[in-house]
Design a protein around this ligand. Structure first.
Ligand code: SAH
Length: 368
Protein backbone atom coordinates (compact mmCIF):
# COMPACT_ATOMS: atom_id res chain seq x y z
CA UNK A 1 0.00 0.00 0.00
CA UNK A 2 1.39 3.46 -0.79
CA UNK A 3 1.66 6.14 1.88
CA UNK A 4 -1.19 8.03 0.24
CA UNK A 5 -3.53 5.04 0.23
CA UNK A 6 -2.52 4.27 3.76
CA UNK A 7 -3.37 7.79 4.92
CA UNK A 8 -6.65 7.79 2.99
CA UNK A 9 -7.50 4.48 4.71
CA UNK A 10 -6.79 6.06 8.14
CA UNK A 11 -8.93 9.10 7.33
CA UNK A 12 -11.73 6.89 6.02
CA UNK A 13 -11.73 4.74 9.19
CA UNK A 14 -11.79 7.84 11.32
CA UNK A 15 -14.67 9.44 9.34
CA UNK A 16 -16.69 6.20 9.36
CA UNK A 17 -16.22 5.96 13.11
CA UNK A 18 -16.63 9.60 14.21
CA UNK A 19 -18.22 11.42 11.27
CA UNK A 20 -16.71 14.16 9.09
CA UNK A 21 -13.54 15.91 10.25
CA UNK A 22 -13.12 19.64 10.61
CA UNK A 23 -10.68 21.14 8.09
CA UNK A 24 -8.26 21.60 11.02
CA UNK A 25 -8.44 17.92 11.99
CA UNK A 26 -7.95 16.96 8.34
CA UNK A 27 -4.90 19.24 7.98
CA UNK A 28 -3.40 17.98 11.21
CA UNK A 29 -3.56 14.37 10.04
CA UNK A 30 -2.58 15.06 6.43
CA UNK A 31 0.52 17.01 7.52
CA UNK A 32 1.42 15.43 10.83
CA UNK A 33 0.15 11.81 10.96
CA UNK A 34 2.97 10.00 12.81
CA UNK A 35 3.59 7.56 9.95
CA UNK A 36 2.00 8.84 6.75
CA UNK A 37 1.84 12.61 7.31
CA UNK A 38 3.27 14.88 4.64
CA UNK A 39 5.93 16.45 6.89
CA UNK A 40 6.62 13.35 8.95
CA UNK A 41 7.45 11.22 5.92
CA UNK A 42 9.63 13.43 3.68
CA UNK A 43 11.75 16.50 2.99
CA UNK A 44 9.42 18.47 0.72
CA UNK A 45 11.74 21.40 0.00
CA UNK A 46 13.81 22.41 -3.00
CA UNK A 47 13.65 22.59 -6.79
CA UNK A 48 13.11 18.84 -7.00
CA UNK A 49 10.65 18.76 -4.10
CA UNK A 50 7.23 20.39 -3.87
CA UNK A 51 8.05 23.97 -2.92
CA UNK A 52 10.97 26.29 -2.30
CA UNK A 53 11.39 28.81 0.50
CA UNK A 54 13.37 32.03 0.90
CA UNK A 55 16.41 30.53 2.71
CA UNK A 56 16.68 27.90 -0.06
CA UNK A 57 16.55 30.62 -2.74
CA UNK A 58 19.30 32.87 -1.40
CA UNK A 59 21.83 32.73 1.44
CA UNK A 60 21.23 36.48 1.88
CA UNK A 61 17.91 35.73 3.58
CA UNK A 62 19.47 33.82 6.49
CA UNK A 63 22.41 36.21 6.67
CA UNK A 64 20.15 39.24 7.10
CA UNK A 65 18.07 37.44 9.71
CA UNK A 66 21.31 36.60 11.51
CA UNK A 67 22.24 40.29 11.53
CA UNK A 68 18.68 41.14 12.67
CA UNK A 69 19.00 38.69 15.59
CA UNK A 70 22.39 40.06 16.67
CA UNK A 71 21.01 43.62 16.68
CA UNK A 72 17.97 42.56 18.69
CA UNK A 73 20.23 40.71 21.15
CA UNK A 74 22.15 43.97 21.67
CA UNK A 75 18.84 45.86 22.17
CA UNK A 76 17.95 43.27 24.83
CA UNK A 77 21.09 44.31 26.71
CA UNK A 78 23.30 41.52 25.28
CA UNK A 79 22.30 38.84 27.85
CA UNK A 80 25.12 36.35 28.52
CA UNK A 81 22.74 33.53 27.74
CA UNK A 82 19.54 33.46 25.65
CA UNK A 83 17.42 31.01 23.63
CA UNK A 84 17.71 31.30 19.85
CA UNK A 85 14.63 29.41 18.74
CA UNK A 86 13.56 28.51 15.23
CA UNK A 87 10.05 27.24 14.58
CA UNK A 88 9.89 24.73 11.69
CA UNK A 89 13.48 25.12 10.48
CA UNK A 90 13.07 23.00 7.30
CA UNK A 91 16.55 21.99 6.17
CA UNK A 92 18.29 24.22 8.74
CA UNK A 93 19.56 26.52 5.98
CA UNK A 94 18.35 29.79 7.50
CA UNK A 95 19.99 29.06 10.83
CA UNK A 96 23.24 27.89 9.23
CA UNK A 97 23.46 31.10 7.13
CA UNK A 98 22.48 33.25 10.14
CA UNK A 99 25.19 31.73 12.33
CA UNK A 100 27.88 31.93 9.63
CA UNK A 101 27.08 35.63 9.13
CA UNK A 102 27.31 36.52 12.83
CA UNK A 103 30.54 34.76 13.85
CA UNK A 104 32.35 38.01 14.42
CA UNK A 105 29.70 39.65 16.64
CA UNK A 106 31.45 39.84 19.98
CA UNK A 107 29.95 37.45 22.54
CA UNK A 108 26.88 36.61 20.41
CA UNK A 109 27.57 32.95 19.64
CA UNK A 110 28.76 32.24 23.17
CA UNK A 111 25.39 33.51 24.46
CA UNK A 112 23.23 31.38 22.12
CA UNK A 113 21.29 28.35 23.37
CA UNK A 114 19.86 26.80 20.20
CA UNK A 115 16.36 25.32 20.25
CA UNK A 116 14.61 23.91 17.18
CA UNK A 117 10.87 23.25 17.10
CA UNK A 118 10.27 20.52 14.58
CA UNK A 119 7.81 17.67 14.21
CA UNK A 120 9.45 15.91 11.26
CA UNK A 121 12.12 13.28 12.02
CA UNK A 122 13.32 13.55 8.41
CA UNK A 123 13.84 17.31 8.70
CA UNK A 124 15.35 17.07 12.20
CA UNK A 125 18.11 14.93 10.67
CA UNK A 126 18.71 17.50 7.89
CA UNK A 127 18.81 20.35 10.42
CA UNK A 128 21.39 18.47 12.49
CA UNK A 129 23.55 17.97 9.39
CA UNK A 130 23.27 21.65 8.36
CA UNK A 131 24.32 22.84 11.82
CA UNK A 132 27.16 20.33 12.09
CA UNK A 133 28.88 22.17 9.25
CA UNK A 134 29.02 25.40 11.24
CA UNK A 135 32.09 26.17 13.25
CA UNK A 136 30.29 27.93 16.06
CA UNK A 137 30.66 28.47 19.77
CA UNK A 138 26.90 28.11 20.37
CA UNK A 139 25.51 25.34 22.53
CA UNK A 140 24.52 22.06 20.85
CA UNK A 141 21.03 22.36 19.38
CA UNK A 142 18.10 20.82 21.23
CA UNK A 143 14.92 19.73 19.42
CA UNK A 144 11.37 20.03 20.75
CA UNK A 145 7.91 19.23 19.49
CA UNK A 146 6.41 22.39 21.00
CA UNK A 147 7.80 25.82 21.90
CA UNK A 148 6.43 25.51 25.45
CA UNK A 149 9.25 22.96 26.04
CA UNK A 150 11.97 25.59 25.56
CA UNK A 151 13.55 26.45 28.94
CA UNK A 152 12.73 29.80 30.55
CA UNK A 153 14.87 32.83 29.73
CA UNK A 154 15.14 35.63 27.19
CA UNK A 155 14.53 34.41 23.66
CA UNK A 156 14.81 35.40 20.02
CA UNK A 157 12.37 33.34 17.99
CA UNK A 158 12.32 33.01 14.19
CA UNK A 159 9.44 31.51 12.19
CA UNK A 160 9.69 31.51 8.40
CA UNK A 161 6.82 29.78 6.58
CA UNK A 162 5.81 28.03 9.79
CA UNK A 163 2.40 29.57 10.59
CA UNK A 164 1.05 28.82 7.08
CA UNK A 165 1.38 25.08 7.83
CA UNK A 166 -0.77 25.18 10.97
CA UNK A 167 -4.31 23.79 10.80
CA UNK A 168 -7.22 26.18 10.24
CA UNK A 169 -10.95 25.93 10.78
CA UNK A 170 -13.18 27.32 8.04
CA UNK A 171 -16.72 28.65 8.35
CA UNK A 172 -19.30 29.70 5.75
CA UNK A 173 -21.92 32.36 6.42
CA UNK A 174 -25.32 30.81 5.63
CA UNK A 175 -28.63 32.54 6.43
CA UNK A 176 -26.95 34.87 8.93
CA UNK A 177 -25.32 32.04 10.87
CA UNK A 178 -21.92 30.32 10.62
CA UNK A 179 -21.55 26.69 9.54
CA UNK A 180 -18.25 24.83 9.71
CA UNK A 181 -16.68 23.32 6.61
CA UNK A 182 -16.08 19.59 7.11
CA UNK A 183 -14.21 16.83 5.27
CA UNK A 184 -16.21 13.64 4.74
CA UNK A 185 -16.51 10.82 2.22
CA UNK A 186 -18.25 10.84 -1.17
CA UNK A 187 -21.19 8.45 -1.78
CA UNK A 188 -18.91 5.76 -3.19
CA UNK A 189 -16.68 6.13 -0.09
CA UNK A 190 -13.58 6.09 -2.25
CA UNK A 191 -12.53 9.74 -1.96
CA UNK A 192 -12.82 12.75 0.33
CA UNK A 193 -15.27 15.58 -0.18
CA UNK A 194 -16.20 18.80 1.55
CA UNK A 195 -19.51 19.27 3.33
CA UNK A 196 -20.99 21.73 5.82
CA UNK A 197 -21.67 20.97 9.46
CA UNK A 198 -25.39 20.67 10.15
CA UNK A 199 -25.53 22.92 13.20
CA UNK A 200 -24.58 26.60 13.26
CA UNK A 201 -21.47 27.29 15.35
CA UNK A 202 -21.12 29.86 18.12
CA UNK A 203 -19.81 33.17 16.78
CA UNK A 204 -16.88 33.26 19.21
CA UNK A 205 -14.95 31.02 16.77
CA UNK A 206 -15.19 33.72 14.10
CA UNK A 207 -12.57 36.53 13.95
CA UNK A 208 -14.26 39.64 15.41
CA UNK A 209 -14.06 41.79 12.23
CA UNK A 210 -15.96 39.10 10.26
CA UNK A 211 -18.76 38.21 12.66
CA UNK A 212 -21.46 40.12 10.77
CA UNK A 213 -20.29 39.29 7.22
CA UNK A 214 -22.88 38.75 4.47
CA UNK A 215 -24.15 35.34 3.39
CA UNK A 216 -21.63 33.49 1.22
CA UNK A 217 -18.58 34.87 3.07
CA UNK A 218 -15.90 32.51 4.35
CA UNK A 219 -14.10 32.99 7.66
CA UNK A 220 -10.88 31.22 8.48
CA UNK A 221 -9.13 30.95 11.82
CA UNK A 222 -6.15 28.98 13.10
CA UNK A 223 -6.67 28.04 16.76
CA UNK A 224 -3.24 26.35 16.78
CA UNK A 225 -1.59 29.44 15.27
CA UNK A 226 -3.23 31.75 17.81
CA UNK A 227 -2.29 29.45 20.69
CA UNK A 228 1.35 29.38 19.56
CA UNK A 229 1.38 33.15 19.07
CA UNK A 230 0.00 33.59 22.58
CA UNK A 231 2.79 31.37 23.95
CA UNK A 232 5.48 33.34 22.06
CA UNK A 233 4.06 36.71 23.09
CA UNK A 234 3.70 35.68 26.71
CA UNK A 235 7.29 34.37 26.71
CA UNK A 236 8.88 37.54 25.29
CA UNK A 237 6.70 39.79 27.46
CA UNK A 238 7.50 37.97 30.70
CA UNK A 239 11.08 36.85 30.06
CA UNK A 240 12.41 39.26 27.44
CA UNK A 241 13.22 39.08 23.76
CA UNK A 242 11.46 39.17 20.42
CA UNK A 243 9.98 37.02 17.68
CA UNK A 244 10.02 37.43 13.92
CA UNK A 245 7.20 35.93 11.85
CA UNK A 246 7.59 35.78 8.06
CA UNK A 247 4.94 34.24 5.84
CA UNK A 248 2.54 34.75 2.98
CA UNK A 249 -0.69 36.27 4.09
CA UNK A 250 -2.68 39.44 4.67
CA UNK A 251 -2.13 42.37 6.99
CA UNK A 252 -5.85 42.81 7.72
CA UNK A 253 -8.41 40.14 8.63
CA UNK A 254 -10.52 39.62 5.51
CA UNK A 255 -13.23 37.18 4.45
CA UNK A 256 -12.12 34.33 2.21
CA UNK A 257 -10.87 30.77 2.26
CA UNK A 258 -7.22 30.28 1.36
CA UNK A 259 -6.52 26.57 1.84
CA UNK A 260 -4.20 25.45 -0.95
CA UNK A 261 -2.31 22.31 -1.89
CA UNK A 262 0.98 22.22 -3.75
CA UNK A 263 2.81 19.29 -5.27
CA UNK A 264 5.88 19.55 -7.52
CA UNK A 265 5.53 23.36 -7.58
CA UNK A 266 1.93 23.15 -8.97
CA UNK A 267 -1.37 23.94 -7.25
CA UNK A 268 -3.45 20.75 -6.95
CA UNK A 269 -6.86 19.72 -5.53
CA UNK A 270 -6.62 20.02 -1.73
CA UNK A 271 -8.37 16.69 -1.05
CA UNK A 272 -6.82 14.67 -3.89
CA UNK A 273 -3.89 12.92 -2.22
CA UNK A 274 -3.61 13.55 1.51
CA UNK A 275 -0.11 13.08 2.87
CA UNK A 276 1.40 13.50 -0.62
CA UNK A 277 0.90 17.24 -1.03
CA UNK A 278 1.69 20.32 1.00
CA UNK A 279 -1.33 22.04 2.56
CA UNK A 280 -1.13 25.67 3.62
CA UNK A 281 -3.24 28.76 4.15
CA UNK A 282 -2.55 32.47 4.04
CA UNK A 283 -1.65 33.79 7.47
CA UNK A 284 -3.95 36.36 9.10
CA UNK A 285 -1.32 38.72 10.54
CA UNK A 286 -3.94 41.00 12.05
CA UNK A 287 -5.32 38.11 14.12
CA UNK A 288 -1.80 37.15 15.25
CA UNK A 289 -1.13 40.79 16.15
CA UNK A 290 -4.33 41.04 18.25
CA UNK A 291 -3.36 37.89 20.14
CA UNK A 292 0.18 39.16 20.76
CA UNK A 293 -1.11 42.51 22.07
CA UNK A 294 -3.59 40.74 24.33
CA UNK A 295 -0.65 38.87 25.86
CA UNK A 296 1.11 42.18 26.54
CA UNK A 297 3.68 42.16 23.73
CA UNK A 298 4.66 45.10 21.56
CA UNK A 299 3.76 44.44 17.89
CA UNK A 300 5.98 45.77 15.07
CA UNK A 301 4.61 45.83 11.50
CA UNK A 302 3.53 43.87 9.61
CA UNK A 303 5.36 45.17 6.59
CA UNK A 304 6.11 43.48 3.28
CA UNK A 305 9.08 41.13 2.91
CA UNK A 306 10.41 43.47 0.20
CA UNK A 307 10.45 46.49 2.52
CA UNK A 308 11.84 44.47 5.40
CA UNK A 309 14.76 42.94 3.49
CA UNK A 310 15.58 46.11 1.59
CA UNK A 311 15.54 47.97 4.92
CA UNK A 312 18.05 45.48 6.30
CA UNK A 313 20.41 46.19 3.39
CA UNK A 314 19.66 43.42 0.88
CA UNK A 315 20.74 45.41 -2.23
CA UNK A 316 24.18 46.20 -0.77
CA UNK A 317 24.71 42.63 0.38
CA UNK A 318 23.63 41.24 -3.03
CA UNK A 319 26.01 43.54 -4.92
CA UNK A 320 28.91 42.63 -2.63
CA UNK A 321 28.22 38.91 -2.99
CA UNK A 322 27.86 39.20 -6.79
CA UNK A 323 31.14 41.11 -7.02
CA UNK A 324 32.90 38.22 -5.27
CA UNK A 325 31.28 35.53 -7.48
CA UNK A 326 33.58 33.15 -9.37
CA UNK A 327 31.99 33.91 -12.74
CA UNK A 328 29.18 35.85 -14.44
CA UNK A 329 26.73 32.95 -14.15
CA UNK A 330 27.19 32.78 -10.37
CA UNK A 331 26.85 36.57 -10.10
CA UNK A 332 23.60 36.41 -12.10
CA UNK A 333 22.26 33.68 -9.79
CA UNK A 334 23.00 35.85 -6.74
CA UNK A 335 21.17 38.83 -8.24
CA UNK A 336 18.17 36.83 -9.47
CA UNK A 337 17.84 35.09 -6.08
CA UNK A 338 17.87 38.44 -4.30
CA UNK A 339 15.31 39.85 -6.77
CA UNK A 340 13.04 36.90 -6.15
CA UNK A 341 12.97 37.64 -2.41
CA UNK A 342 11.98 41.30 -2.79
CA UNK A 343 10.39 41.61 -6.26
CA UNK A 344 6.80 42.89 -5.94
CA UNK A 345 5.45 40.24 -8.34
CA UNK A 346 7.49 37.50 -6.66
CA UNK A 347 7.85 37.18 -2.87
CA UNK A 348 8.29 40.86 -2.03
CA UNK A 349 4.64 41.86 -1.55
CA UNK A 350 2.70 38.65 -0.84
CA UNK A 351 5.05 37.79 2.02
CA UNK A 352 4.67 39.84 5.19
CA UNK A 353 6.96 40.27 8.18
CA UNK A 354 5.77 40.98 11.71
CA UNK A 355 7.81 41.32 14.87
CA UNK A 356 6.72 41.07 18.48
CA UNK A 357 8.83 42.01 21.46
CA UNK A 358 8.99 42.67 25.15
CA UNK A 359 7.41 46.10 25.79
CA UNK A 360 10.79 47.73 26.56
CA UNK A 361 11.99 47.25 22.96
CA UNK A 362 10.21 49.97 21.03
CA UNK A 363 11.56 49.26 17.58
CA UNK A 364 12.93 46.27 15.69
CA UNK A 365 15.28 46.44 12.68
CA UNK A 366 13.45 46.61 9.34
CA UNK A 367 10.07 47.05 11.03
CA UNK A 368 9.98 50.66 12.17
N1 SAH B 1 11.35 27.45 7.73
C1 SAH B 1 11.76 26.51 6.70
C2 SAH B 1 10.74 25.40 6.41
C3 SAH B 1 9.35 25.80 6.11
S1 SAH B 1 8.29 24.39 5.84
C4 SAH B 1 12.13 27.26 5.46
O1 SAH B 1 11.84 28.45 5.38
O2 SAH B 1 12.73 26.67 4.56
C5 SAH B 1 7.47 24.21 7.42
C6 SAH B 1 8.35 23.64 8.52
O3 SAH B 1 7.59 23.59 9.71
C7 SAH B 1 8.88 22.24 8.30
O4 SAH B 1 10.15 22.15 8.91
C8 SAH B 1 7.82 21.40 9.03
O5 SAH B 1 8.25 20.09 9.30
C9 SAH B 1 7.58 22.25 10.24
N2 SAH B 1 6.28 22.10 10.89
C10 SAH B 1 5.06 22.21 10.29
N3 SAH B 1 4.07 22.10 11.19
C11 SAH B 1 4.68 21.94 12.40
C12 SAH B 1 4.18 21.79 13.74
N4 SAH B 1 2.88 21.77 13.98
N5 SAH B 1 5.08 21.65 14.73
C13 SAH B 1 6.42 21.66 14.49
N6 SAH B 1 6.94 21.81 13.24
C14 SAH B 1 6.09 21.93 12.21
Amino acid sequence: MTGMNALFACLKDRIERDGPLSVAQFMELALGHPEYGYYTSRDPLGERGDFITAPEISQIFGELIGAWSATVWQAMGAPACFNLVEMGPGRGTLLADALRATKTVDGFHQAIRLHLIEMSPVLRAKQGAALAGIDSQCSEALWHRDVSQVPDGPSIIIANEFFDALPVRQFLRVMASWRERMVGLNDARDSLEFSLGEQPVKPHYIPVPLRNASDGAWAETSPAGLRIMHTLADRVTQQGGAALIIDYGHSETAPGETLQAVQSHQFVDVLASPGEQDLTTHVDFAALGRTARDAGAQVHGPTTQGEFLNGLGLPVRARRLAAGAIDDAQAATVISGADRLVGPSQMGTLFKVMGISEPAIDSLPGLS
